[in-house]
Design a protein around this ligand. Structure first.
Ligand SMILES: C[S@@+](CC[C@H](N)C(=O)[O-])C[C@H]1O[C@@H](n2cnc3c(N)ncnc32)[C@H](O)[C@@H]1O
Length: 277
């Protein structure tokens, strides 16, 4: 069977399983399994695939057909032009979260600087910030043991072991109060529990990364007062598109100043920023 025939059959299979953009997804899967990029794939359409290559395709195609995200199958996801290791048990970094990094970057000057990335997951937010400032020191906290394993792997992958600590525990709890923190950033779970059941994302990505309690605000209520007390400079959190006002009010009540709600590229409210006085 030629590569083109396999591509067509994979596309038809994925289409039948209701996977959006089946042709593109089939190309991604083949390129991943054959360890080539999509351009190389197009240039080798007539190449016959060996039995071994066909066999190694079956499981990834079956997984994608069951709805599992491609990033879990390939094991990596790009964020902030960096590669992050991901897999079942950790949230796949989303492009929207780059808005949080962009806003936080403005507070992370050159020079020694301490950032706490709370609910760090894969570590994409803190590691992206550390990639921008070679003197930035990072504390990244994470409650889930599965996600913590990816966080540690990504810290090592990006050569940050001497200036980043992956700490297991609840919110800011694992960071000793004696340690300085300049900026707190967080992309916590913020989806209202009753909305979660209907969402496709909840079928494969961990509930603990998504479930924000009855109204989605549970973590913000606990995190923001503590973050406001500890951050010397600023607190920034990602939010759901309809949570801007409620979270901005929590910022103001915690004593943060110059509170702003920032939109993402799709013009949805995405980040709340507040400064410590
Ligand atoms: C929405 S995900 C964000 C992950 C990552 N920061 C990102 O932007 O892709 C939230 C993360 O918070 C973790 N988490 C949930 N509750 C937590 C808590 N109380 N303390 C620390 N981490 C928590 C989850 O396991 C999950 O990895």
């Amino acid at each position: 069977m030629t590569l083109l025939t396999v591509l067509e059959r994979t596309t038809t299979y994925l289409e039948g399983r209701g996977i959006p953009s089946p042709k593109f997804e089939a190309q991604l899967l083949l390129a991943h399994v054959l360890e080539m990029d999509r351009l190389q794939l197009f240039m080798q359409f007539e190449r016959p695939l060996s039995e071994a290559e066909l066999a190694s395709l079956r499981e990834p195609v079956r997984r994608r057909g069951s709805g599992e995200p491609f990033a879990y199958i390939s094991g990596t996801k790009e964020f902030w032009s960096l590669d992050f290791e991901v897999g079942p048990g950790v949230l796949i970094p989303r492009p929207d979260t780059e808005t949080l990094v962009e806003q936080a970057k403005a507070f992370c000057d050159d020079g020694e600087f301490f950032v706490a990335d709370i609910c760090a997951g894969s570590g994409c937010v803190g590691i992206a910030l550390a990639s921008e400032n070679p003197e930035l020191k990072l504390y990244a906290t994470e409650a889930s043991p599965e996600a913590l394993a990816y966080l540690k792997r990504n810290i090592a992958k990006h050569d940050l072991s001497t200036r980043a600590a992956a700490l297991r525990g609840d919110l800011l709890g694992p960071i000793p109060t004696s340690r300085p923190i300049d900026v707190v950033v967080s992309n916590p779970p913020y989806i209202a529990r009753q909305e979660l059941a209907g969402l496709d994302v909840a079928r494969h990505e961990p509930g603990m990364a998504l479930d924000g309690g009855p109204d989605g605000l549970d973590i913000y209520r606990r995190l923001i007062p503590d973050a406001a007390r500890r951050a010397r400079r600023a607190v920034l959190v990602e939010i759901g598109h309809d949570q801007g006002e409620a979270v901005a009010e929590l910022f103001r009540r915690a004593g943060l100043t110059e509170v702003r709600v920032v939109k993402d590229l799709a013009q949805n409210d995405r980040v709340v920023v507040g400064q410590s006085t």
